[in-house]
Design a protein around this ligand. Structure first.
Ligand code: HAM
Length: 407
């Protein structure tokens, strides 16, 4: 038998329902904040990610699914959604015609990582991107929106880490001092971080290796390199978060694993999973790199597969009913089924019905409590016999009466 690829999964039954449930909640919440959907291709020119996300990031240098298509183009499966959203925004000329654009997407991303629980090679992200606004209140609102979504899913055991990583100038100066600090301690760092030190020393700061974390904890902090404007922006952001009732943890070592960030960055961590379930920040420079335009932007992405691990069940449509009938009442049953579905009921029935009692048993097995019995009598009088398998209630009423009771 051919197996699914390593690090990839089929989602069925509850797993698939959870994914849909998370996406539905996200759509409902994002709409309230004025976001509209965007769909971009799963594959892009590799250059979009090497230039956009950064050549030296793990995501691009080690984890990309990149290959040549039949036309000899270098293309990649998208490892994340921000670069594509930026490309789409620029391609549509929105930076000139209508710079304020807020969008959301939901889709699979691909990273050739070592698979483990909550880390897959194909995983789903729900992301939002907002272009054209630089405002500390807006940044706080984006964090609030992510938390609204997680709260709607009853996920509350969370830590919100924030930082301001400054602009290009601040980071250049910081980089010099960080190197001065780290280089003499090179031998104490992990192999990966020794390599990162040469390619991109910021990556050492977000290393998960305990040895690295020990070295890094006394390293210089980016905050001391911010100009007054960014320091003020950071404090405005923190007060706006407070006004939304959010108490973040300021983590001066939070730098994020993708190169395009500047200014505000944040991560929402699940204490239960001990991993980040949602992450984002400002990427004002990315639009300059890809489109030569000074357009501010901010966004986040939430890992659906990780969030899924934190929910046990999904709230399903509670209006569900099983129809029991016989071959003489088939037409009547179809008519009733149609009416119920028009009223948003989940409806099921047996396609080759035997006795009423066997249909009731089937309904019970499938988890239906409400049964409508549709025999000859019911058909002739245009009524339904409603039976509840749990409390044994039984009554003959019209369909409108049955629907009316459930409203
Ligand atoms: P990221 O931190 O690379 O950011 O990913 C965001 C989230 O996607 C992570 O916090 C995690 O929950 C989930 N995720 C990442 N890799 C995996 C994986 N291999 N398996 C399962 N889940 C994973 C971004 O991708 C940015 N584009 C976020 C952003 C949007 N920043 C601004 N706008």
């Amino acid at each position: 038998m051919i197996e699914v690829l390593r690090g990839m999964r089929d989602k069925m039954f509850l797993e698939a329902l959870k994914t849909e449930y998370i996406c539905e909640n996200a759509k409902n919440i994002f709409k309230l904040y004025g976001y509209t959907p965007i769909y971009t291709p799963l594959v892009e020119h590799t250059e979009l990610f090497t230039r956009g996300v950064g050549k030296t990031t793990d995501v691009v240098s080690k984890e990309m699914y990149d290959f040549q298509d039949k036309g000899g183009r270098n293309i990649s499966l998208r490892p994340e959604g921000t670069a594509s959203a930026v490309r789409a925004y620029l391609n549509a000329g929105l930076h000139k015609s209508s710079p304020n654009y807020k969008c959301y997407y939901m889709g699979n991303m691909y990273r050739y990582e070592a698979p483990q629980k909550g880390r897959y090679r194909e995983f789903m992200q729900i992301g939002v991107e907002s272009f054209g606004i630089k405002s500390a209140i807006h940044d706080a609102e984006i964090v609030k929106m992510a938390l609204d979504l997680l709260n709607s899913l009853k996920i509350t055991d969370l830590e919100i880490e924030v930082n301001n990583i400054g602009d290009f100038r601040a980071r250049q100066e910081y980089k010099k001092d960080l190197l001065k600090y780290l280089e003499p301690k090179k031998d104490k760092l992990s192999k990966d971080s020794q390599r990162r030190l040469i390619e991109n020393p910021f990556r050492v700061l977000d290393s998960k290796d305990i040895k690295d974390q020990e070295v890094v904890k006394d390293a210089p902090k980016i905050y001391d390199y911010l100009d007054d404007e960014e320091k003020k922006y950071y404090s405005d952001f923190l007060s706006a978060l407070n006004n939304f009732g959010i108490t973040p943890i300021q983590n001066p070592l939070l730098v994020r694993g993708l190169d395009y960030y500047s200014s505000i960055v944040f991560e929402i961590k699940s204490k239960e999973l001990n991993s980040t379930i949602c992450a984002g920040g400002r990427y004002d420079m990315l639009l300059e790199i890809l489109g030569n335009t000074k357009t501010p932007a901010i966004g986040f992405a939430l890992g659906v597969d990780r969030v899924s691990l934190l929910i046990d069940d999904v709230v399903q449509n509670s209006k569900k009913v099983y129809l029991a009938y016989n071959s003489d009442t088939l037409n009547y049953m179809q008519h009733i089924a149609q009416k119920l579905r028009e009223n948003k009921y989940i409806v099921e029935y047996d396609y080759s019905p035997k006795s009423f009692s066997s249909q009731l048993k089937k309904a019970d097995k499938l988890g239906y409590e409400d049964i409508l019995i549709l025999g000859e009598d019911e058909k002739n009088k245009e009524v339904v016999t409603f039976k509840n398998l749990k409390n044994k209630e039984q009554e003959t009423i019209t369909l409108s009466e049955y629907i009316g009771r459930k409203l």
